[in-house]
Design a protein around this ligand. Sequence first.
Ligand SMILES: [Zn+2]
Length: 399
Amino acid sequence: MSKISVAGGQVDEVSTAGFKVTASTATAAQLRKADMTVTRVKSDAEQANEYSAQVVAQRRARGEVERQARDFPPGYEKYHTYDEMVASLQQTVRTYPSIAALSSLGKTSEGRDIPLLKISDNVGTDEREPEVLINCNTHAREHMTTEQCLYIINELTAGYATDARVKKIVDSREIYFVPMQNVDGSTHDIASGKFLSWRKTRFRNSDGSYGIDPNRNYGYKWNGSSGSSGNPGADTYRGAFAFQAPETKAMETFAKSRVINGQQQLQGFIDVHTYGDTIMWPWSWTDKTVTPPDMTQDQYTAFSALGKSLAAKSNYKPQQSSGMYPSDGDSVDYFFGAHKAISFTLETTEGMGFYPKDSQIVPEVTKNRELFMSYFEATDCLYKATKPQLCTQTWPDAQ
Ligand SMILES: [Zn+2]
């Protein structure tokens, strides 16, 4: 296995038959030189892409509208489709109009709105309170993450009148949710009636292939180290330039819009993914922990302490993001690197693959309640637990 990683391959599966490895042609050649037998198999992604291209072609030939969303397959119907998710957010706003407001983050490649829900007291006013953004369903097939967002939204709104802790969080923060960032990809993944294992957006690339990996398309260290691909057909395609995907561009526009009178209001960002029970802090692009001025020792110490404390709430593994594998152009690096938001990637649903049955929704999303609540409480200052004398920003409306 060490030979494989030295040559630059990534081991995906180990069985008695051998290793399943993701590797470039050059790496494969190197492995052959090292006396290993290398056979090329189609990856899940390649198979999904071929199938998806076939489906799209057939549907085009039949004159069907691609935008039409279908429900999830049997056993998965409790997952929210795009339309059901929108209806759920609209219901939230109707039921709790004083603390919940719905708008659009922007449009997807295929022209759909990406819903953005704000939760706070005096929700119609932009108060001087720490702001937090929770982003779900970056990757199309990670449908459980939309359920995670919707569950936390429900906890904050339905619990406001009766739970003193929830009330305090809602009163002292402005919390934004994007429950389905990759609307096109998520819709595409279920559009044929069976899961396509689709990951990327549905951006039409110049070579005719579809999709940019939204979590490799952010503008901090975009194409700056490794872990992203320049091949438009690849599952980790970084795009032709940073923020080429309308979905990531919309995130950038939002983040920049939160700078009020020269002060960035956005203090926190979580990107929710599946699968693996892990919470990860920046950096993703490098395994260097301290990179002044972009990451100081104080910042790293604070991230590491907060990451560990949050991980303990869900029995997750805490680590720096590069510890899983290095990847450039991802969201946590952008939100911390460019905006100094307290940024984490959450990987949920360990051991369940991308498609846990809908009976798993409740146990999975409820177990992260304490993690999210503690995170919201921590987002007024990164150094709160480690070096409070560095907490100098004041939040006059946060009470
Ligand atoms: Zn993901």
